[in-house]
Design a protein around this ligand. Structure first.
Ligand code: XLS
Ligand code: NI
Ligand code: NI
Length: 453
C-alpha cells in the first residue's frame, strides 16, 4: 500500500513538472520583429496605457478550452488531424488533468489573463449525473489550484447542452420536459462550479434551441419553456450568490435550421417579451452575426446601442461561406470597428474578448496554436490603437453628428420629446414644402475610416 502510494506520488510530481510546450517561452513584445517572426507581439503590449487604461484592461483576452484544447481538427467530412502530445487517446480523468495542466502552461506563456470552458470540455461524462458531477469536481479542484498559481481567471463558464444525444430536440426548448429538467440539473452544477472558480460571467449559447421543421414544432410553447428555464436559472443564481453576469449568445442557424436566438435584436426582443431584460446581457460572436446575414460588427453595434453588449466571442467566418468556421480574427478593419464600439461604451468588463476560434485542421503543429492567438491579439491591439485615434480626433463623429443635426432643435427635437403631432408635421410641410435632398457622403466616411487603418 505504502509503496503504491509513493509511486503514485512520484508520477503526479512528474506530471506536475512536465513541460508541454518545450522550446516556446513567454511571448514577448517586440515592435521591431521582422515579418517572418510570428511568435512575438508586435502591437499588443499588455501594460501600455491607452486612454487611461492598459491594453490588457481594454482587451481582456480569453482563450477558449473547447477549440484550443479539445479540438482535433475533425470536420463533417474528415477525421481528426491534430494529435496533441499530452493526449493518450482515452477519455479518462487522468488525461483530462494532464490536458488542463498543458492549457495553463499555454495561458502563462501566451500571457492572456482569462479562459473559458464548457462543463463537458473539462471532465468526461460518467454513466450517471452523480458520476459526471464527481468527475467535474476533481477537475474543478485542479482548475482552482492552477488559477491560483498562474493568476489566470475564468472569464466565463457554460454548460454543453447540445452534444449529448439526449439534447437532440433542444434543452431549454425540448419537447420533452424530462430533458429540460436534465438541462436544469446540469446548469445547477454549472453555476456552482462557476461560483467556485470565480467566473466573471456565465454564458448560454442555445445550442439546439431552435427547429428543423415547423410541422412538428410549437414555437410559442418552446419560447415559453425557454423563459421558464431562464427563470429557474435566475432563481438559483440569486440563491447561491453567483456574482457573475449572465450572457446569452445569439446565433442564426447551425446546428438547427433556425435558432431561436437568431441575432442580437431577436434575443433582446425575447428578453423584453418575457420580462428578463435586467438579468442578462449578450455575448456577441461576429461569425454568428455573419450567419444571420449581417455585416461583421452589426450585432456588436446593435447590442451596445441598447446597453446590452456584455462580451464578445472574438472570431470570424469566411464571408463567402455560410457556416460557423470559427477562424481567428485577423482583419484589422473589423477589429477596429469592434474596438471603436467597445471604447464608446466605456469598455467590456466584466466581459472580454474570448477567442472562440480554432486553428485550421491543416495547422497541426503546437506552434500554430500560439501563432494564431498571438496574431489575433495583435490584430485587436491594432484595432484598439486605430479606434483610439478615430475617437480622439473626433472627425468621424463630427461628420456623423452633422448628418443628424435636424433632430437637435425645432420640429426634430419636438418629435423626439413627444410634443409634436401629425397635424403639426402636416402644417410644417405645407408651409415649407419638400425636404431638400442631402448627401449621405458614404464614400467620404469610408475614405476617412481608411485614413486610420
Ligand atoms: C457555437 C458557439 C459556442 C459558444 C459556447 O457556435 O459559439 O462555442 O460560444 O457554447
Ligand atoms: Ni461562441
Ligand atoms: Ni460559434
Amino acid at each position: 500500500m505504502a509503496q503504491a502510494s509513493t509511486k503514485r506520488q512520484k508520477t503526479s510530481n512528474a506530471a506536475r513538472d512536465q513541460e508541454f510546450f518545450p522550446g516556446i517561452g513567454e511571448i514577448e513584445y517586440n515592435p521591431d520583429a521582422n515579418a517572418s517572426e510570428t511568435l512575438v507581439f508586435r502591437h499588443y503590449d499588455a501594460h501600455q496605457e491607452i486612454l487611461g487604461r492598459t491594453m490588457e484592461d481594454w482587451l481582456r483576452f480569453s482563450v477558449c478550452y473547447w477549440h484550443s484544447f479539445r479540438g482535433e481538427g475533425t470536420d463533417p467530412f474528415g477525421a481528426a488531424t491534430i494529435k496533441r502530445p499530452w493526449e493518450d487517446g482515452t477519455n479518462s480523468v487522468e488525461n483530462a488533468k494532464r490536458r488542463l495542466r498543458a492549457a495553463f502552461e499555454f495561458f502563462s506563456k501566451l500571457g492572456n489573463k482569462y479562459w473559458t470552458f464548457h462543463d463537458r470540455d473539462l471532465a468526461p461524462e460518467g454513466d450517471t449525473l452523480a458520476e459526471t458531477n464527481a468527475n467535474l469536481d476533481e477537475l474543478v479542484d485542479l482548475a482552482a489550484e492552477l488559477q491560483r498559481k498562474t493568476g489566470v481567471k475564468l472569464l466565463w463558464a457554460t454548460c454543453n447542452l447540445f452534444n449529448h444525444p439526449r439534447y437532440m430536440h433542444g434543452a431549454g426548448t425540448s419537447c420533452d420536459a424530462h430533458v429540460t429538467a436534465y438541462a436544469c440539473a446540469q446548469v445547477k452544477k454549472g453555476l456552482e462550479i462557476a461560483t467556485r472558480l470565480g467566473a466573471e460571467n456565465f454564458v448560454f449559447w442555445g445550442g439546439r434551441e431552435g427547429y428543423n421543421s415547423l410541422l412538428n414544432t410549437d414555437v410559442k410553447a418552446d419560447l415559453d419553456h425557454f423563459a421558464a428555464f431562464y427563470r429557474m436559472v435566475i432563481g438559483y443564481k440569486e440563491k447561491i450568490g453567483f456574482k457573475g453576469q449572465l450572457l446569452i449568445e445569439p446565433k442564426a442557424k447551425e446546428p438547427t435550421r433556425h435558432q431561436y436566438d437568431y441575432d442580437a435584436q431577436t434575443v433582446m426582443a425575447f428578453l423584453h417579451q418575457y420580462g428578463l431584460t435586467q438579468h442578462f446581457k449578450l455575448n456577441i460572436e461576429p461569425n454568428h452575426t455573419m450567419l444571420a446575414g449581417h455585416p461583421y460588427e452589426h450585432d456588436v453595434v446593435f447590442s451596445s446601442a441598447y446597453g446590452m453588449l456584455g462580451s464578445i466571442d472574438a472570431n470570424t467566418g469566411s464571408p463567402d461561406l455560410g457556416w460557423d468556421t470559427d477562424q481567428f480574427p485577423m482583419d484589422i478593419r473589423n477589429c477596429t470597428m469592434i474596438m471603436k464600439t467597445v471604447i464608446e461604451q466605456g469598455g467590456l468588463a466584466p466581459g472580454g474578448l474570448n477567442f472562440d476560434a480554432k486553428v485550421r485542421r491543416e495547422s497541426t503543429e503546437l506552434r500554430d496554436l500560439f501563432i494564431s492567438h498571438i496574431a489575433a491579439m495583435d490584430t485587436f491591439a491594432r484595432g484598439l490603437k486605430n479606434a483610439t485615434k478615430i475617437i480622439s480626433e473626433g472627425i468621424l463623429r463630427k461628420s456623423l453628428n452633422a448628418r443628424y443635426v435636424s433632430w437637435n432643435s425645432g420640429l426634430g427635437a419636438r418629435m423626439v420629446s413627444g410634443e409634436a403631432t401629425l397635424e403639426e408635421c402636416e402644417k410644417v410641410i405645407m408651409e415649407r414644402g419638400d425636404p431638400k435632398p442631402t448627401s449621405g457622403h458614404q464614400e467620404h466616411f469610408e475614405a476617412m475610416f481608411n485614413h486610420y487603418m
